[in-house]
Design a protein around this ligand. Structure first.
Ligand code: GLY
Length: 302
């Protein structure tokens, strides 16, 4: 059995961005599915899927990410192998076109999490493509940033709900191995140096062959408090179906910390799950023998 699920972020996702969100999720699904279909690993599949989403300016990841309070992009990403439990993450990097590939190189090193200038130095030594910080900035985000100046900074759970978010993927390969990956530009107008849930194991992602895999999206300051990805995969370990585990995790986040988030889930059998308490979440999935499914709201395929 092989299976792949990807997301292109939660939040309201304005009507005029819905088509681009769906198209980008389908393209990422195809990139990852090609690897699984050729007998490749879940780890390679989630990296390929997330690279595709990082290249698409529709999303808050890679090029097109939100700008921080001083008008710069700062990116976070992480990847986890559910077979070996090896993981790699980077945070607050500025000159990396594909933070998920840098996270993969960290996974292959003796470390788990590298940040800022140190992570960029590591990228150079690991042969990961660097770019100028400006290469990641697009006009849409310059305009959003200008509109935010003179307003209070981060204003909690409703500060950025009209926008879009983080990307991620979870895969199960033919060998029975699971992997998860997540990449983000964080939240708009964030303080320089702010790091959210995405690069943190257990919060932004988790993968364990003994339970399942999960990638999250949404308000990081709430996701971190409930360690959402680990909470959801613990539900799988206890026997819940991925839909049930995802819904239970999001309900807990909402009840306990008044959070807003979404998540995608795969279990060891390749069953898929998703849930969000934001207005929308873009996601797509495919399992062996079935056509791809893409949706912008969970009720579309519920
Ligand atoms: N979930 C993305 C962030 O809060 O940074």
């Amino acid at each position: 059995m092989t299976a792949l699920i990807v997301h292109g972020g939660a939040w309201d996702i304005p009507d005029n961005e819905v088509a681009a969100h769906k198209a980008g999720c389908l393209a990422a699904l195809a990139a990852g599915w090609a690897i699984l279909n050729a007998g490749g690993s879940a780890l390679d599949a989630v990296e390929a899927a997330v690279r595709s989403l990082e290249d698409d300016p529709t999303y808050d990841a890679g090029v097109g990410s939100f700008l921080n309070a001083i008008g710069e992009v700062e990116l976070d990403a992480a990847i986890m192998d559910g077979n070996t439990m090896l993981s790699g993450a980077v945070a607050a990097v500025q000159r990396v076109r594909h933070p998920i590939t840098l996270a993969r190189r960290v996974l292959e090193s003796d470390y788990i999490l590298l940040v800022g200038a140190g992570a960029e130095s590591f990228a150079q030594s690991a042969g990961v493509e660097l770019c100028s910080a400006d290469d990641l900035v697009i006009d849409r985000e310059r305009e959003r940033w200008k509109a935010q100046q003179g307003q209070p900074g981060f204003r909690g759970r409703d500060a950025f709900r009209a926008a879009h978010d983080t990307v991620g993927a979870v895969a199960l390969d033919a060998a029975g191995n699971l992997a998860a990956a997540t990449s983000t530009g964080g939240i708009p107008n964030k303080l320089p140096g702010r790091v959210g849930d995405s690069p943190l194991l257990g919060s932004g992602l988790y993968a364990d062959n003994e339970s399942g895999g999960c990638s999250t999206t949404g308000w990081g300051e709430s996701i971190m408090k409930v360690v959402l990805a680990k909470t959801v995969t613990d539900g799988l370990r206890q026997g819940a179906h991925p839909r049930e585990a995802a819904q239970s995790g999001i309900r807990y986040l909402a009840r306990r910390v008044d959070g807003l988030a979404g998540c995608i889930v795969l279990d060891r059998a390749g069953q898929v799950g998703w849930a969000h308490n934001t207005l929308r979440m873009a996601f797509a999935y495919q399992v062996d023998g079935q056509e791809p499914v893409v949706a912008i709201h969970q009720d579309e395929v519920a």
